[in-house]
Write a protein that binds this ligand. Structure first.
Ligand SMILES: [Zn+2]
Ligand SMILES: [Zn+2]
Length: 107
């Protein structure tokens, strides 16, 4: 009986150690810009499909293409609005995880 308890305790401890050693925690996908595959920097939202992008990513795309990077609707840079709520969640995530963990860009 005692042996079973010891085995269970060993399993719990090894699980805890494994969690602590686990590789970089990936941010939730709703905090990732679909343009650059990184955490938002100055998140902005487009007013057609309400997708969020980094200010720079959205601005560059809209300035070059005159359309939304998400749905292709006609857009101008004037319609980009700061998404303070989303940016706050990005900042909170970075604070909670202690560093600026940048996920690898997907290819
Ligand atoms: Zn759109
Ligand atoms: Zn971006």
């Amino acid at each position: 009986m005692i042996i079973i308890i010891i085995i269970i305790i060993i399993i719990i401890i090894s699980t805890l150690l494994h969690c602590r050693r686990s590789p970089v925690m990936q941010p939730p996908c709703e905090l990732i810009c679909k343009q650059c595959s990184r955490l938002f920097i100055h998140a902005v939202v487009v007013d057609c499909c309400y997708q969020t992008y980094c200010d720079e990513c959205a601005r560059q795309y809209v300035a070059a293409e005159n359309q939304c990077p998400g749905c292709g609707a006609a857009q101008t840079v004037d319609t980009l609005r700061p998404n303070f709520g989303r940016q706050q969640r990005v900042d909170d995530w970075i604070r909670e995880h202690g560093r600026r963990a940048e996920p690898e860009p997907r290819r």
